[in-house]
Design a protein around this ligand. Structure first.
Ligand code: SAH
Ligand code: SF4
Ligand code: F3S
Length: 438
């Protein structure tokens, strides 16, 4: 029996693609292993969003050379976003000659065929579809958790933010049909799934490529009616398209979780324009104020890039000011990373690393106390927690998430994993809460 080992880099899209790869391989009788040294095939599902993500894959691929020397029959396959870019793909293949199979984000379903071709010919197999309008529906996922699941609703991105490589790795926007999404969610509900996270680079664009007339909030309304599903989340919404009908959805749909991830990237209007984000700091803040007014307990999180080309001290201070006004519950913060092929990579006024790092630290110094304060507000409240897993260090400690997506640790027996329980919050830290089962 063939054994495979898979490593995943990058975002939820990749995590979910990995679940599809696992399903595809288990369907042909392969067995997953957690150990690279006992695998017959090692797969890397890669991310291209920042240079650090690329370097990590590159380094770990280098380490596989030893394993391949010990076991010449070992098959090494690389897929994901890095392989969607011709220059990066060619560079990897040139530097790491032990790569046997390369496939892309659009042809996961073909993996068994590609392995078969490799085994028959013993020649490198490279099969990448750079852009496609097609969506392959005859693929399922072997999901990591039974109680929560990712559900793709759209693929690709048309926004071309000037720093971002994703439109070049994931192709143009295309939406899945309502029917196939409903089918998938109904099946999930039947197998005990309580929480779904709808995935897309820009979920507000849902439906634009479909013949049927449907918007993202209409899709949410339909999914809200599926019995068994208790929580609905989504990732990611773009501020330029974040509209009143989505605010109404938060008010009217009981299953839509009170959490919004709305990446702002910068607080400077000049930088936002150079980033091609199509909104201003003021417009962004207005949207935040409005949703907080309508949904007072909503948690708002964001993404921020520090050190975009040409970012001045004044620009950066605008970001700090926005953070103070928006009062984010938490944020993913990134040092700007040059991605070849994007417009920002051509800009000549790149920011020196020391300045990027110094600003990054100052940003965290503003973000953390705000996050802590918002967590402290939950002390002594009772929250509904979806119980997710036991702690790695102590099997009597469970972790789970509030509706607002905050991580909570509390004592309990692992037979309640997958259930939604009441937990009283007893303490708050910057990134986590502590509580006790009620
Ligand atoms: N589609 C999502 C995010 C995709 S990438 C959205 O638009 O919100 C996730 C995050 O990575 C982005 O929000 C951005 O903050 C960050 N990112 C993307 N390209 C980057 C780059 N070149 N350097 C640093 N951070 C980057
Ligand atoms: Fe990248 Fe912008 Fe598309 Fe998000 S919206 S994936 S940041 S181009
Ligand atoms: Fe995700 Fe990285 Fe690709 S963030 S879409 S895996 S480039």
């Amino acid at each position: 029996m063939m054994k495979f080992n898979i490593s995943t880099f990058g975002c939820q899209m990749n995590e979910h693609d990995t679940e599809k790869i696992i399903w595809t391989l288990e369907k042909i009788g392969y067995q997953q292993t957690g150990y690279r040294d006992e695998a017959d095939i090692i797969i890397f599902n890669t991310c291209a969003v920042r240079k650090t993500a690329e370097d990590r894959v590159f380094g770990q691929l280098g380490e596989l050379q030893d394993l391949k020397r010990k076991n010449p029959n070992l098959i090494i396959a690389v897929c994901g976003c890095l392989m969607q870019k011709e220059e990066i793909r060619d560079y990897f293949l040139k530097k790491h000659r032990h790569i046997d199979i390369v496939f892309g984000t659009n042809n996961i379903h073909k993996l068994p065929q590609l392995i078969d071709r490799y085994l028959r010919t013993n020649e490198k197999v490279i099969d990448v579809i750079e852009d496609t309008k097609e969506i392959s529906e005859n693929i399922d996922s072997n999901r990591k958790y039974f109680y929560k699941a990712f559900v793709d609703i759209m693929y690709g991105c048309n926004n071309f933010c000037s720093y971002c490589i994703v439109p070049y790795t994931r192709g143009r926007e295309r939406s899945r049909s309502v029917k196939s999404i409903i089918n998938e969610v109904e099946n999930l509900a039947q197998t005990g799934c309580k929480e779904i996270t709808l995935l897309g680079q820009n979920v507000n664009s849902y439906g634009k490529t479909l013949d049927e007339k449907i918007t993202f909030s209409q899709l949410l309304t339909i999914l809200n009616n599926i019995e068994g599903i208790e929580r609905i989340r989504f990732m990611t919404s773009h501020p330029k398209d974040f509209s009143d009908d989505l605010i109404d959805a938060y008010k009217s749909l009981d299953k839509l979780c009170n959490h919004l991830h709305l990446p702002v990237q910068s607080g400077s209007n000049r930088i936002l324009k150079l980033m091609n984000r199509k909104y201003t700091k003021e417009e962004y803040l207005d949207k935040i104020y409005k949703i907080r007014e309508c949904v007072p307990d909503i948690a708002i999180t964001t993404d921020i890039i520090v050190g975009f080309p040409g970012e001045t001290e004044e620009d950066f201070k605008e970001t700090l000011d926005l953070v103070k006004k928006a009062k984010f519950d938490s944020a993913f913060t990134f040092l700007y990373s040059i991605r070849e092929g994007t417009n920002a990579a051509k800009m000549t006024n790149q920011i020196p690393d020391e300045i990027k790092h110094e600003r990054f630290q100052r940003l965290l110094d503003v973000l953390y106390p705000i996050g802590l304060e918002s967590n402290q507000k939950l002390i002594n409240t009772v929250q509904k927690i979806l119980v997710e897993e036991t702690s790695k260090s102590d099997e009597n400690i469970l972790s789970g998430r509030t509706e607002s997506n905050k991580l909570v640790h509390f004592k309990g027996n692992n037979n309640i994993i997958g259930q939604i329980v009441d937990v009283e919050i007893t303490d708050a830290k910057t990134f986590t809460l502590e509580g006790r089962l009620v």
